[in-house]
Write a protein that binds this ligand. Structure first.
Ligand SMILES: Cc1cc2nc3c(=O)[nH]c(=O)nc-3n(C[C@H](O)[C@H](O)[C@H](O)COP(=O)(O)OP(=O)(O)OC[C@H]3O[C@@H](n4cnc5c(N)ncnc54)[C@H](O)[C@@H]3O)c2cc1C
Length: 432
């Protein structure tokens, strides 16, 4: 039922959560306007194409098994390019390939003979894969796993410190931007399940093609970019609109906050409301290089398992998706997480060059890398420490007319954001 006064539902934020909410609400016949402060849609899922190079705003991948997100995407039209279901672990001058031989039997021999992980731990890894795969996503997020850290969970399953620090820490550094493994075991199981149930991919046009494709499903003119919301408008204890960057007001039948958690909390405060916020943020910095020849070739993610590594993980993107660079150039993404991500540009660049050379066992002098971009995303994911789910926000924000569509409703991931948008749309359709 559309608003009798003809006012739209205003969604603040055109990331995955806001776009999914908009798609669902429009599909139900509601009038929707999406406003976003940025110059383009996508939020954390964006890409810039510059001089024939596809530069994602921070290295990021899609798991094709994400069940909610995939409902909003046409995989065929995205021309998805697959990573090898494997990781190359580089440590102290040695490189081992550890792969999911059940997903790609071609990885069996390398994985069996890899010296980075002992036989017992390889068997435990296989058992963990089976264990995660037979859980439902809801099981993964149940209290049993949500309340303990990844490190404690792995220790309880018999993994020793060498494999925890030498494999899981850099691997989950790559996925969760957290090498300390303090993140809740739910996320470990959820991602293990997603890795086992599908492929790890990027679209040929860059990760931003995901949100571009979602936005294209909306009625033309639905999204207004370069349109920051400064405050909520409250009339008789009900949210009735938003005040924009230029001080104009946009009337709304309902307002949906689909921003990241700190921005949502700041907007809610303008209406006198306090929204729960996660305790912290996980940031990362990705450096992009072109090279004549990559020191870290192949379609697998390279993990830097050395203690004190500045670069946590890296990949030759053009080996996975040749479309990421024109003219046969090679494009490499090297990502720093944790405190290292906050180092200054020159320090990060110097460390990336020497660590990429060491990982690929190439003399640094022989490495002709040209830095083409450096992306800092201080708020890439929110912290998901044990017990965080008990403090998740609700969809209704405690004042009539105000709703929340956010990754915060589920998990800090593309799937979590899609679920947040979908859940919020359903709640609004049910209530109004
Ligand atoms: C580098 C990086 C790597 C990642 N890797 C992965 C991965 O491999 N797999 C995975 O599943 N997830 C990954 N993630 C996480 C995933 O991208 C996010 O969980 C998801 O995109 C969050 O979507 P969202 O819609 O909730 O928020 P956002 O994408 O942050 O969208 C919020 C939008 O709100 C807008 N906004 C904020 N304030 C205002 C305001 N006042 N007025 C108007 N607009 C406003 C912003 O401009 C933004 O567009 C990664 C994230 C990053 C950054």
């Amino acid at each position: 039922m559309s608003d009798p006064n003809g006012k739209p539902i205003v969604i603040v934020g055109a990331g995955v959560a806001g776009l999914v909410a908009a798609i669902e609400l429009q599909a139900a016949g509601r009038s929707v306007v999406v406003v976003d402060a940025a110059p383009e849609v996508g939020g954390r899922v964006r890409t810039t194409v510059r001089e024939g190079l596809v530069i994602d705003h921070g290295f990021q991948v899609l798991f094709t098994a994400y069940p909610t997100l995939r409902r909003y995407l046409d995989f065929d039209r995205l021309a998805l390019r697959k990573f090898l279901p494997a990781a190359r672990i580089a440590r102290d001058g040695q490189v081992s390939l550890i792969g999911d031989a059940l997903a790609d039997p071609g990885l069996l021999l390398d994985t069996l003979f890899a010296r980075a992980i002992g036989v017992g731990d390889k068997l435990r890894l296989l058992a963990l894969r089976r264990f995660a795969q037979q859980l439902s996503i809801d099981d993964c997020f149940g209290a049993r796993f949500a309340s303990i850290s990844t490190r404690d969970f792995l220790t309880a399953r018999g993994f020793g410190t060498p494999v925890i620090d030498g494999f899981f820490a850099p691997f989950y550094g790559g996925i969760l931007l957290d090498r300390t493994l303090a993140t809740s075991a739910s996320i470990l199981l959820f991602t293990f399940k997603m890795l086992a149930d599908g492929d790890t991919v990027v679209p040929a046009g860059g990760i931003g093609a995901l949100t571009q494709q979602m936005a294209a499903r909306l009625v033309a003119g639905t999204v207004r970019t370069n349109c920051a919301v400064r405050a909520l408008v409250v009339t008789n204890e009900r949210v009735t609109g938003v005040r924009l960057h230029d001080d104009t007001e946009l009337d709304a039948a309902q307002v949906v906050l689909a921003t990241d958690a700190p921005a949502a909390a700041a907007l809610a405060r303008t209406a006198g409301l306090t929204l729960p916020e996660p305790s912290g943020a996980r940031g990362c910095t990705t450096l992009y290089y072109t090279a004549r020849t990559s020191p870290i070739p192949g379609k697998a993610l390279w993990l830097n398992a050395n203690a004190n590594a500045v670069i946590s993980h890296a990949v030759t993107l053009t080996d996975v998706a040749p479309e990421y660079a024109t003219n046969g150039r090679t494009l490499i993404a090297a990502t720093s997480v944790g405190a290292a991500a906050d180092l200054d540009d020159a320090t990060l660049d110097a460390a990336a060059r020497s660590e990429l050379a060491a990982m690929g066992k190439v003399p640094p002098a022989a490495l002709a890398l040209d830095r083409v971009a450096l992306w800092r995303v201080p708020y890439s994911q929110y912290e998901q420490a044990p017990g965080w789910r008990e403090h998740r926000p609700s969809i209704a924000c405690g004042m009539q007319g105000l709703w929340r569509a956010s990754e915060m409703l589920h998990s800090s991931s593309l799937e979590g954001a899609a679920r947040g948008g979908d859940m919020a749309a359903k709640a609004i359709l049910h209530a109004t």
